[in-house]
Ligand binder design. Structure first.
Ligand SMILES: NC(=O)C1=CN([C@@H]2O[C@H](COP(=O)(O)OP(=O)(O)OC[C@H]3O[C@@H](n4cnc5c(N)ncnc54)[C@H](O)[C@@H]3O)[C@@H](O)[C@H]2O)C=CC1
Ligand SMILES: O=C(O)[C@@H](O)CS(=O)(=O)O
Ligand SMILES: [Zn+2]
Length: 437
């Protein structure tokens, strides 16, 4: 396969994993052992926060009192888009029952989990959109108790717009806590007495590792760490728009990969020329992040054919994937690994990040090979049930007894025997040879 790296990264999304895991394991051990006291210590040490953890209604009102009406309107619009998309997802999931064999009825119920924890990051930027991405989706799923956490913003309390977004989307409890200590608090039910059944939300490498480590004790949405973007572009693409979209996501942080996969050398050359200029033109926080991200993680891959591009792109399984090419339907039909797909120049990752509707909490580090992003599905359980008539137990009971004995499981077999004997005392059945060992 003829692929050529016109720019190769010195780091991969896995580069920082081991360091983060070490920090997270130590913190989780401390929090598991010493509980709320350890959480308060980390909040003070890492985020300079020693105020209340759970916000009272009066503190919430005070925190949002100066949010301008126009900001409220934008947040409400975007939160509604996310809620409506999630509600459409919820409606696509149906309870059903079916007769599998005469007299054997089985079905599924789709029901929400009881308690969820939603995290919205606020280290480098105030992630207003992440606040409604989690909470509005949990609300659409029908979750009764939604606990929301975001870190104190730059040494102060919770950012007022993040707070407003939590409240507008319908959070029941709001806590001023960031990072590992927030994720652990929600998972263990510290301060609230309500351990979350599922903890969701994006975050930096520490947040993502904390969720990964706690998975099992608590459900999680997906490994949603430092943002990634990939753009697929052919000779029909606009190099300026492509470069702008790569830089648009590289501003997330030092560890945010931006990848270009293309069949056009001319386009690749133009984009590589433009990206540093666009980065140079950014304000300081964004410039610093995007500069390091492009330097360490940026890649440009040139392929001969679009089939090769699909292969490369599926291997990277980027969190966000934009396609700027002719024949968009072909790409939609052929690409299989991405967190969310943005087809055509008219849409862009930022639209999905903030306001279009499909969720922006998405898989990173290759997790898109096996999972999509946050959706209503992550907040519901598909539970199965069954019942049967006595007549149906005849056939099912016989097969069960025989298979149980073939497995060496005599006690299982006897539960079937008992029923056959009780319901059909005058009949004989082939129930297999009793297990002797
Ligand atoms: N995959 C996805 O769906 C999304 C990912 N993101 C990503 O979320 C991330 C947000 O990161 P941040 O701005 O940092 O906010 P954050 O809220 O995730 O992290 C801030 C917290 O990190 C903790 N922390 C900082 N340094 C630490 C250290 N040395 N040891 C232990 N804990 C430490 C602090 O407690 C602080 O509260 C970005 O990487 C962004 O790309 C954002 C939105 C969506
Ligand atoms: O990684 C992501 O999903 C982010 O790009 C979302 S946001 O830009 O932080 O809203
Ligand atoms: Zn983004």
């Amino acid at each position: 396969m003829a692929t050529q790296y016109l720019k190769r990264a010195s780091k991969t999304p896995e580069t920082e994993t081991a360091t983060a895991q070490k920090v997270v394991n130590e913190m989780l051990h401390e929090i598991e052992t010493r509980g709320e006291a350890a959480v308060r210590e980390y909040a003070k040490k890492l985020d300079k926060w020693d105020g209340d953890i759970i916000m009272t209604p009066a503190q919430i009102d005070q925190g949002i009192k100066d949010v301008p009406a126009s900001v409220k309107a934008d947040i409400e619009f975007a939160a509604q888009q996310v809620y409506d998309f999630a509600l459409a997802q919820r409606r696509s999931l149906e309870d059903f029952s079916t007769e599998l064999y005469p007299g054997v009825t089985a079905g599924q119920r789709v029901i929400p989990v009881n308690v969820v924890g939603c995290y919205a990051p606020a280290g480098r930027y105030a992630h207003i959109a992440s606040a409604y991405m989690g909470v509005a989706t949990a609300k659409a799923a029908g979750v009764k108790s939604i606990i929301a956490c975001s870190s104190p913003f730059r040494g102060g309390g919770m950012h007022p717009y993040v707070l407003y977004a939590f409240k507008a989307a319908g959070a029941d409890t709001i806590m001023t806590l960031g990072g590992v200590q927030a994720i652990a608090t929600m998972a263990y039910g510290l301060f609230t007495g309500k351990p979350a059944d599922v903890v969701v939300g994006p975050g930096n490498k520490f947040v993502a590792e904390a969720k990964r480590t706690l998975f099992g004790k608590v459900g999680i949405d997906v490994f949603a760490g430092p943002s990634e973007v990939a753009v697929i572009a052919d000779e029909t693409a606009d190099p300026y728009i492509v470069a702008s979209d790569l830089v648009g996501q590289a501003e997330h942080g030092h560890e945010s990969p931006a990848w270009l996969f293309t069949t056009s050398k001319a386009l690749a050359d133009e984009v590589m020329g433009l990206v540093p200029k666009l980065i140079e033109d950014l304000p300081p926080t964004a410039r610093d992040a995007a500069y390091c991200a492009w330097r360490d993680y940026g890649e440009v891959v040139l392929c001969d054919t679009r089939e090769e591009v699909v292969e490369v792109s599926d291997r990277y399984a980027s969190e966000h994937l934009e396609v700027h090419t002719a024949d968009l339907d072909w790409w939609l039909a052929n690409l299989t690994c991405y967190g969310s797909l943005f087809l055509g120049e008219e849409t862009t990752v930022a639209f999905g990040d903030k306001a279009s509707g499909p969720n922006h909490v998405l898989p990173t580090k290759g997790a898109a090979r096996y999972s999509g992003g946050l959706s209503v599905h992550k907040f519901v359980k598909t539970l199965t049930w069954q019942k049967m008539t006595r007549d149906a137990a005849k056939r099912i009971g016989e097969v069960t007894a025989r298979i149980s004995r073939l497995e060496g499981m005599e006690a299982h077999a006897r539960t079937a025997d008992d029923r056959l004997r009780k319901y059909f005392p005058n009949e004989t059945f082939d129930r297999g040879e009793p297990v002797q060992v």
